[in-house]
Design a protein around this ligand. Structure first.
Ligand code: PLP
Length: 311
């Protein structure tokens, strides 16, 4: 399966010619993970890789995972399962709404079996009780947590930058990434050096709690004995005030920003994650948050399928 994963296009680094960045004296670029594959792209490519490899090694034929009705992770897992020959089951939070939205109808087209559980039960998704119930209903299934947020996911995200020659050649010193579970940020932090800085932008309200989750990912990953590229890691922080009202909430300012950014730089942004992070970075540039001469790389983590549900 390693070979199959290598069929993806390598991500590209796109320099951004922006007046705001120029005025701040900052060199700005975007790492385009969104262009790697039509349906398994962005951080999902990296988060699913070691989950699927472990499932294959352990002879599982079915993947079961969780998500909301617009989840990028559900979309990508359905597509990856289809590509790599796994049966897939998506456990969706909430009730069924017909006709299916574009995310779920794509998942079903890819062969995913969708089931719905109410919000109360969904909160118990990681309890032994519910997992046993799911296994009884579906047989031996390889369970991937919501968002691919486990140590396999972190392991994959270490590869986002560690193997990218262009990244090291261009000597970026600051990396910005949108956060949901924080596992992508944890992988990036584990792959960089102490002089480098990673800034996470939670896409949800009160995202401060993610700091504890990220600490746990880092601690558990180090304790797991799975190889990391570096012994010392980059410094990291969260900037929590660009959630625009909460998870998946948008306002006119954000929509206008995303449209203008796409027009000027030919980079489409998803409204749930990357648009908020890019908006935050542009705002911080205006405030002089980044010291002049910063070499700043924004990670485009994909998620563009989610925009279809808004159109
Ligand atoms: C497009 C996109 N960007 C960023 C993230 C955040 O990643 P993480 O959950 O690893 O913090 C997600 C969610 O997984 C996502 O779908």
């Amino acid at each position: 399966m390693e070979e199959i994963f290598s069929f993806a296009q390598p991500p590209t680094i796109q320099p951004i010619d922006s007046v705001i960045a120029r005025q701040a004296g900052v060199d700005l670029s975007v790492l385009r993970l969104d262009v790697m594959h039509p349906s398994v792209n962005g951080n999902k490519w990296f988060k699913l890789k070691y989950n699927l490899l472990e499932a294959r090694q352990k002879n599982f034929t079915t993947l079961l995972t969780f998500g909301g009705a617009y989840s990028n992770h559900i979309y990508a897992t359905a597509a990856a399962g289809n590509l790599f020959g796994f049966r897939t089951i998506g456990v969706i939070r909430g009730e069924e709404h017909l006709p299916l939205n574009p995310t779920l109808s794509f998942a079903v087209q890819q062969g995913m079996q969708i089931i719905y559980i109410d919000r109360h039960k969904y909160r118990q998704r990681y309890t032994a009780e519910l997992q046993a119930e799911l296994k009884e209903r579906f047989g031996e299934v390889f369970i991937i947590p919501e968002g691919g947020g486990n140590l396999n996911g972190v392991r994959g995200c270490i590869e986002i930058l560690s193997g990218d020659e262009e990244f090291w050649k261009r000597q970026f010193d600051t990396v910005c990434v949108a956060c949901g579970t924080g596992s992508t940020l944890a992988g990036i932090v584990l792959s960089l050096q102490p002089g480098q800085r990673v800034i996470g932008f939670p896409a949800l309200k009160n995202g401060e709690f993610l700091a504890g989750e990220i600490e746990s990912f880092l601690k558990n990953y180090r304790a797991s004995g799975v190889p990391t590229t570096k012994n010392a890691i980059a410094s990291w922080e969260l900037i929590c005030n660009y959630h625009m009202g909460g998870y998946a909430k948008v306002n006119d300012e954000l929509l206008l920003f995303a449209q203008q950014f796409t027009q000027e730089h030919s980079i489409p942004l998803d409204y749930v994650y990357t648009a908020k992070m890019f908006y935050g970075v542009m705002d911080l540039l205006k405030q002089g948050f980044f010291p002049p001469s910063t070499r700043l790389l924004l990670i485009h983590t994909g998620g563009l399928q989610g925009n279809l549900g808004r159109e």
